[in-house]
Design a protein around this ligand. Structure first.
Ligand SMILES: [Zn+2]
Length: 141
């Protein structure tokens, strides 16, 4: 249940920040999920609904951005999209991929806090309260 533990971790972390800043609710949470992180977006969305029930996060929209997996070949500096299942041999020279450049991300990209005074049909000139997070949600194994 990879998705469940991920969903619980996201809700826990957002809840902790929400409490410390006295937020009344969460409008949306945007996640960056690498193509190679092994996360099924539909399963994650389902688990998120369960995990946020009864918390300040309940009702928040979960936005999942998929980060394509890319790999790099050291000898010829080729960078390619590895796809799924991943192609880990360089399409240029056939050497094994030197490193994964992207695709294993699991992080909260942005949290939008609910504004108790805003109405959906009204736009203020100020930016919606937002906070950037660049911390990995889980340790990479
Ligand atoms: Zn190569």
């Amino acid at each position: 249940m990879h998705e469940m533990s991920l969903a619980v971790a996201v809700v826990d972390q957002v809840e902790t920040v929400a409490r410390s800043r006295g937020a009344v609710g969460v409008s949306s949470i945007e996640l960056e999920v690498g193509e190679l992180a092994g996360v099924v977006a539909d399963a994650l969305a389902f688990c998120f609904e369960l995990a946020c029930a009864g918390t300040v996060v309940e009702g928040a929209e979960l936005i999942t951005r998929t980060v394509p997996g890319t790999a790099r070949c050291a000898p010829c500096a080729e960078v390619w999209a590895v796809g799924m299942p991943p192609l880990l041999l360089c399409p240029g020279c056939g050497a094994a991929a030197d490193e994964l450049v992207s695709g294993r991300e699991l992080r909260i990209r942005e949290v939008r806090w609910a504004d108790p005074e805003s109405r959906e049909d009204r736009r203020t000139d100020g930016e919606a309260p937002r906070e950037e997070h660049r911390q990995p949600i889980t340790e990479e194994s």
